[in-house]
Design a protein around this ligand. Sequence first.
Ligand SMILES: [Zn+2]
Length: 396
Amino acid sequence: MRDFVIITREYFDGENHFHNGPYSIAAVNGVIAAIYPYDLTKFTGRRPYSLLPAIKTGFLMPGLTEAHSHIFLDGSELDFTRRSEYLKSDAVNMLRVADVNILENLKYGITAVNDAGDIYGINAIIKKQADKFEGGFRFRTAGKAIRKKKKYGSFMAVETETPGEIRTAADQAVNEGDFLKILLTGIIDFENGMVKGPPQFNGDELKIMIDIAVKSGKRTAVHASGSEGLLAAVNSGVDSIEHGFFMTDEILHKMRDKNIAWVPTFSPVEFQRIRPELAGWNAESADKISRILDNHYEKLNRACRMGVTVLAGSDAGSYGVAHGCGLIDDMLYMHKAGMSTASVLRSATSLSRKIIGFETNDIKPGNILSAVCLSASPFADISNLKKVERVLPGYN
Ligand SMILES: [Zn+2]
């Protein structure tokens, strides 16, 4: 691996913002060897690492982590017929799409992806192959998620009905996946502005799955929206709430007290607000979508002020949510909700990697180098997150 020194005006190390540069960050054998608060190239030959080739940039931060994605799905495919035909295509085709999606993640500076389930097992194959991607790319996956028979989630989850089937599916999921993903509720019914029907699993059934996950030392991530499902999820002791639309203060309090993380995934619903005509929403439904989102922004703001752990995840692969770009959009939405730039960055770097279980890539001596160079600082304008110059070490 090529050794080099990065000269940057500013950097974010995963926790804090350093803005009195220049700084020099020396990387040797893929590891951050040293950080100096000056420009090493001004001391050619007189300081350690000063003869290494220099990479100059405006801003450096750890490679981002996508906390909720479906790597085998192409979120930029907007034709409903082509989307459903794709689900009947073969593994070779799906793997090709997944490879493109990984490159899209890297292009936007995302070097770690947490896959939230696919029934076709493409995520399991990608996990085995993840090492082949440059740029220190890391991948974790739920494998196959778990759902109730005939309920929402056929593209990502195995069907279960009886307690025995639930137990078998959970055993298999914790053996094959890095964490357990449970589909507790359906998706949002935008026409009626609500989540229809009761949760897919009752408290006893949830407990069977969570106990199995706890025993195997794995996290439990639960797809839940609507107050009934959210309440069931937080009461049962899950580790993270995925989506969490129709959030309430009562549920946020429980999440904070029980240390349950929230992955708010604005992007799929924001896409419905931005392009209502694609799904044929009339003005009344569009208004309901807006109100659902307004509550989501307000509750995320409240969650942050209360100290709830929030992780950045976009549900990339969902309708209208492209891999890579989708996570950056979600980070912009989190900022719009009132989160500071540093909080948004923590949610997509140090915090996310710690909770999901990726090794740290904080910009600190001794850590692996898996970082992103931006031409301008996101602290000046958060949309500068899209100004990726290069991803280090390997991917440009
Ligand atoms: Zn999802």
